[in-house]
Design a protein around this ligand. Structure first.
Ligand code: DGL
Length: 263
């Protein structure tokens, strides 16, 4: 029985896995977290593209039928380049989030936050403009958010002050919709919402990504008809660290995270 392959630079892609499990409980999932080479958010496009190709090749060896790039940085830099290299369908996290944001925004002022790499690539901006040329897009990188989330700093004065500073340009532009363009940011939703105000819609693309995966599996007749739900988790380093953080991202503990050396 073929599986859905998911990869991320580390642990953040588990937010997407959580949604996939919720929407597609009969599917098997193989997850790869590139914990030996995380973070991707500060690396060059060439490096992120090379890592992404290696991760995809690893997943293809696990007999997957579809690949989900559950990392915004990899989706921004690598997906436009590599999506046609492989026969298996490859879904990223950008397009589903863009679609939802364009649909949600009333005033056509959309904010995007992400890693330095994601923001520098301008992929979100380009895709939003393609859907709605009149939209005004304001972006900001928030590099301290990833370590905050991984260290469990999800609230408190320090986090609020940093977030206030990062989000200043978005607030000044009067955006009514903000894409949380990084796997980790949904965990900081309460802080981000507090600063931007309750009327701003925060877009967490995981739900839309899972919908998109489902749509493709249906249209390509790839849905698992038997009983699935067998999920495997691989990392390139430090399985204990990954297991420890899984609770925060996936909402449950993970045993049997396997370390692989061949990526
Ligand atoms: N997974 C990355 C992303 O969504 C964040 C962590 C990293 O920088 O590797 O962009």
């Amino acid at each position: 029985m073929k599986s859905i392959g998911v990869f991320d630079s580390g642990v953040g892609g588990l937010t997407v896995v959580k949604e996939l499990i919720r929407q597609l409980p009969n599917e098997n999932i193989v997850y790869f977290g590139d914990t030996a080479r995380v973070p991707y958010g500060i690396k060059s496009p060439e490096t992120v593209i090379r890592f992404s190709i290696e991760n995809i090749l690893f997943l293809l060896k696990q007999d997957v039928k579809l690949i989900c790039v559950a990392c915004n940085t990899a989706s921004s830099f690598a997906l436009p380049v590599i999506k046609n290299y492989f026969r298996a369908p490859i879904i990223g996290v950008i397009t589903p989030g863009v679609r939802e944001a364009v649909y949600a925004s009333q005033n056509k002022r959309i904010g995007v936050i992400g890693t330095k790499g994601t923001i520098k690539s301008r992929t979100y901006e380009i895709e939003i403009k393609q859907l709605d040329p009149k939209a005004k897009v304001v972006t900001a990188s928030c590099p301290l958010f990833v370590p905050f989330v991984e260290e469990g700093w999800l609230s408190g004065e320090v986090v609020l002050n940093v977030a206030r500073d990062y989000l200043k340009p978005l607030k000044a532009a009067g955006v009514d919709t903000v894409i949380l363009g990084c796997t980790h940011y949904p965990l900081l939703k309460p802080v981000i919402q507090q600063i931007l105000g309750k009327d701003v819609t925060l877009i967490d693309s995981a739900k839309q990504v899972a919908c998109e995966v489902k749509k493709i599996l249906v249209s390509e007749d790839l849905l698992n008809r038997g009983k699935g739900g067998n999920n495997s988790f691989y990392v390139s380093d430090n399985p204990e660290w990954f297991s420890g953080l899984a609770q925060r991202f996936l909402g449950r503990q993970l045993k049997n995270v396997r370390k692989v050396n061949n990526v």
